[in-house]
Design a protein around this ligand. Structure first.
Ligand SMILES: [Zn+2]
Length: 493
């Protein structure tokens, strides 16, 4: 380094008074800009809402081509448990989206994305021939003044368009502000702070008799602790509150039509939803919501007192899991990924009841891409420079094995073999797949790997393996973790 250069490097020109003024002005101007951009979405909760939850129950009716809404009742769902700061949903998740507008100012004051059983049912062949009606609820803070509710759904370009709207005026006799007096016993498993600053999960149980309530508590503890052993839940444990509501059943277990076992349980959970043996959902939304109303909640889990492999997870509705299967911890965490963050299944070789349209638009799910715009890959920030997009993996070998595995799985299920036999089958599959994936060149790197969400081609997932892809391990890939973190932020900020 020459002296000349050194001088040039170290020489500082004295700052003139005028320059100081300019710098101060610049700082002031920049701080105003930042404050204004924060104010764009800032809403004063107290100006628009009471500290109370309004729940609108409605019927969602239609067929594959058409859908309609009819209000059932509008009532109180207890104290508000969501954030009082993040009122507008900017995550852009879910096939449906609702917005609340203040009538007086015309301002949007609340919004949330969600998915529904109706929305899934619309994609199965039955919806082409029959009409279906599903009971649903949406929840939002109790508006002080008359509001308009706007329901939106994604169009073929995946943009939200209005499909229905209705007026809500809390001062009218049709709105019931009375809180429910719950007859059910509640249990707090984890409490880390005020509901409006934490993500509150309510856990319900179906098919547990009054003698099995200790088991219900132990199932909650076991599964919850498995969840909090995985990221991002491990790091963010103190952001959660977890409470349970007990609904004792007259007999143990729930409805399992594929096994010829028919039961009526308090929450009406049933396997064989959409005629898929492992898909366990509950359609009695009115009852479930009234039960859940015993405690404040943002998200809901229903534990099923069964060993038969099964569960389900619908974004912002609830997730279900059979509590006694060898893979219950995997199902518990996987289904919460759907329910909490709208994550897509990254697997593609399992059979499903849905009719799958060809991919013509970028999916909204945070862990899926169609790679139409490689340069603007939604998880680009997590991809290293030397990882090619799309990213190669031993797909042909994997697919060959997966096809054989699926054929075998269907054969075993059709023979109604015991859960023990199925669990052994899953163990073998896990061993083979774990070994195969571990050897791949880009395992452990974020990229875009072809094969995801029931599509062998044309859709890409971010990692060779993730709990949304296989049962190999219980961890989420970095892209899924980032998506979950954003949702936790929405409820805790
Ligand atoms: Zn993932």
């Amino acid at each position: 380094m020459s002296v000349c250069q050194k001088n040039k490097f170290y020489y500082k020109k004295p700052i003139s008074i005028n320059m100081k003024k300019n710098i101060l002005f610049l700082i002031f101007f920049l701080s105003m800009l930042i404050t204004n951009s924060q104010q764009v979405n800032y809403l004063d909760f107290k100006q628009y809402f009471k500290n109370k939850t309004m729940r609108m129950d409605y019927f969602h009716t239609g067929n594959s081509a058409d859908e309609h809404f009819a209000v059932d009742r509008i009532l109180s769902d207890g104290p508000w448990s969501g954030s009082k700061n993040v009122l507008l949903d900017e995550l852009n998740l879910g096939p449906y989206f609702y917005e609340i507008y203040d009538n007086e100012t015309g301002k949007i004051i609340f919004s949330r994305g969600f998915a529904s059983i109706f929305g899934e049912w619309q994609t199965i062949p039955d919806a082409k021939e029959h009409w279906g009606t599903f009971h649903e609820s949406i929840r939002f803070p109790w508006p002080l003044r008359a509001v308009k509710l706007v329901m939106k759904k994604r169009n073929y370009k995946n943009e939200f368009v209005e499909i229905w709207s209705t007026e809500i005026d809390a001062s009218k006799r049709a709105v019931n502000p009375s809180d429910i007096i719950s007859k059910y016993k509640t249990w707090t498993y984890m409490e880390n702070g005020p509901t409006t600053e934490k993500l509150d999960i309510v856990i319900l149980g179906d098919g547990y008799t009054s003698d099995e309530m200790d088991k219900f508590h132990k199932d909650i503890e076991r599964l919850t602790e498995k969840l909090f052993a995985e990221e991002p839940f491990k790091t963010r444990r103190s952001d959660f509150n977890i409470r349970a509501v007990e609904t004792p059943a007259e007999e143990s277990g729930v409805n399992r039509p594929h096994h010829g076992i028919f039961k009526r349980s308090p929450l009406s959970v049933s396997y064989s939803s959409f005629d898929s043996q492992r898909y366990a959902l509950a359609y009695d939304n009115r009852t479930i919501r009234d039960v859940a109303s015993a405690v404040p909640y943002d998200f809901m889990y229903i534990l099923i007192n069964e060993q038969t492999y099964g569960g389900g997870g619908i974004f912002h509705l609830y997730a279900t899991v059979s509590a006694d299967n060898k893979y219950s911890d995997y199902i518990f965490i996987h289904e919460l990924g759907h329910h909490l963050a709208g994550l897509a299944d990254e697997y593609y070789s399992s059979s499903v009841s849905y009719e799958l349209p060809s991919v013509s638009v970028e999916p909204w799910e945070p862990n899926l891409t169609a790679l139409f715009d490689k340069e603007n890959l939604k998880w680009k920030k997590l991809v290293e420079d030397d990882t090619p997009i799309p990213t190669s993996w031993n797909k042909e070998t994997f697919d060959k094995q997966a096809i054989e595995t699926q054929r075998e799985r269907q054969k075993l299920r059709s023979q109604n073999v015991t859960e023990g036999v199925m669990e052994k089958f899953f163990d073998n599959q896990k061993e083979n797949e774990t070994e195969m994936i571990a050897k791949m060149k880009y395992t452990g790197k974020t990229g875009a790997f072809e094969g995801a969400s029931y599509h062998q081609f044309g859709l890409y997932r971010p990692y060779t393996d993730c709990i949304m892809f296989t049962r190999n391990k219980n961890s989420f890939c970095p892209v899924c973790q980032a998506a979950i973190n954003k949702v936790i932020d929405q409820y805790t900020k």
